[in-house]
Design a binder for this molecule. Structure first.
Ligand SMILES: *Cc1c(COP(=O)(O)O)cnc(C)c1O
Length: 451
């Protein structure tokens, strides 16, 4: 069939170099061309459907081809597709900035836009460094980051991240950062609570701040869930302690909410669970409900004010991207926030998350499931060769790939990170679809651990 999957797959593999992929894998791993999407479902060119259990790399919130977001983008398309954001502005970016500052932690009042998550991290890093320079503290030019953290792939974002698989090779190109052990609760002692473990781990951060505050611009971290770092999770108490310590030591706190923002952890922003306001909050992914590339760094009036002066003082933040604040992307973001408001999404998600968590925890009885953990609409299942000792499978065995393949054959898109299987579905998923997703995961785990 010249219109089936093979037709598109062959053309693709002749010219497309895919992200985060060893292309040789596709000698036997099928490439799935997607013809259309609807709700949580993706459909290929042979009519086979796949439940998008990972929200197309954590971006989609309200399903594919959502009628309300489609209508908003279509309406904007008829008016204005793109305009320079320096010297010019447009209604969607004004309205979005009003809407974001209204829902962000109080005191975050200024929105700076970029067009992807990594760029937002670059903006926050440069902005923090530049702020301290503008106020005369030129020694403050280092960053503190957590082990196992992830902040994107561009060189600055890669430098402040810590996932070895992505970072190690490029180390010679990267700025030097101060890395502090993560509060990740997978490593807690038996009987120790998440809060106890995260509090105990804070001692490392306190020590790093005490030693390096004079030369440190900011601490950057992912609130509550280190997503790319195998969905490792920690307790909100760590964020509360960090806020106090950053204030005490005069260091910025950058919250990278690119993956966890927009309801993923149960609250609109994960920081809310600790009742804190970061100095800069990075948003992307769910910002446009997964429709179009857009990111934002939201910061405070005092930080904004440190850049505000006569041009000749050269204190301005002269950073830009061509597609900064694109109107189509802003219109998708506005439609998404409208859905949050009118459909009371966070309340509905509470019962969905309860169902997802309950079903997923049934997997905990399996002899190779070391832990099932959850923060809201993110649930992770960590496999281990030795469950009691939490000893991982050698990564070379690629057991997660077996789960991926099995799930595809059953019409579910699961994409384990190593041997950590996770569910991060669009919020329009039904309880029945959750049951299917977890059942297919159970089969996949069975298959991947039977030898
Ligand atoms: C995905 C992600 C990024 C990078 O965003 P891109 O749009 O992929 O560049 C940064 N930080 C976190 C926490 C992420 O999950």
């Amino acid at each position: 069939m010249t219109t089936g999957n093979a037709f598109y797959s062959a053309r693709d593999l002749a010219h497309v170099w895919h992200p985060c992929t060893q292309m040789k894998d596709h000698e036997d791993l099928p490439m799935i061309p997607v013809r259309r999407g609807s709700g949580v479902w993706l459909e290929d060119f042979e009519g086979k459907r796949y439940l998008d259990a990972i929200s197309s790399w954590w971006v989609n919130l309200f399903g594919h081809a959502n009628p309300r977001i489609n209508a908003a983008v279509r309406e904007q398309l008829e008016k204005l597709e793109q305009v320079i954001l320096a010297g010019f502005t447009h209604e969607p970016v004004i309205a979005l900035s009003e809407a974001l500052t209204a829902i962000a932690p109080r005191g975050l009042t200024r929105c700076f836009y970029a067009d992807n998550g990594s760029s937002a991290v670059e903006v926050a890093v440069k902005m923090s460094f530049h702020y301290w320079r503008n106020v005369g503290k030129t020694a403050k030019r280092r960053f503190i980051t957590l082990s196992n953290s992830y902040h994107g792939e561009t060189l600055g974002a890669l430098a402040v991240g810590n996932v070895e698989l992505y970072k190690e090779i490029y180390q010679p190109l990267l700025m030097d950062v101060i890395t502090v052990p993560s509060p990740d609760c997978f490593g807690r002692e038996p009987g120790e609570s998440w809060a106890e473990h995260s509090t105990r781990k804070f001692a490392h951060m306190e020590a790093a701040l005490a030693k390096h505050a004079h030369e440190t611009a900011a601490v950057i971290l992912e609130p509550l869930v280190q997503c790319a770092g195998s969905m490792r999770m920690y307790d909100p108490v760590y964020l509360a302690l960090l806020r106090q310590a950053c204030d005490r030591h005069g260091v910025h706190l950058i919250a990278d909410e690119i993956a966890v923002g927009f309801g993923r952890t149960g609250t609109m922003f994960a920081c809310e669970q600790a009742g804190i306001r970061p100095d800069m909050m990075c948003l992307s992914k769910g910002l446009t409900a997964g429709y179009l590339p857009l990111s934002a760094v939201i910061t405070t009036d005092p930080i904004y004010a440190a850049f505000y002066d006569e041009y000749v003082k050269l204190t301005a933040f002269l950073h830009s991207h061509s597609f900064t604040g694109n109107p189509l992307a802003c219109s998708a973001a506005l439609a998404s926030l409208d859905i949050f408001r009118t459909d009371d999404v966070l309340t509905r998600n509470r019962s969905l998350a309860a169902h997802l968590g309950a079903r997923a925890r049934e997997l905990e009885a399996h002899p190779h499931v070391a832990e099932v953990r959850q923060h809201g609409m993110i649930v992770a299942v960590e496999l281990a060769r030795d469950k009691a000792r939490r000893e991982p499978y050698p990564w070379q065995e690629r057991r997660g790939l077996k789960i991926y393949r099995h799930a595809l054959s059953r019409g579910v898109l699961l994409r384990p990170i190593g041997t950590v299987l996770y569910f991060m579905p669009p919020y329009v998923i039904t309880p029945e679809e959750i049951d299917l997703m977890v059942e297919v995961a159970r089969e996949g785990i069975e298959l991947a651990t039977c030898d």
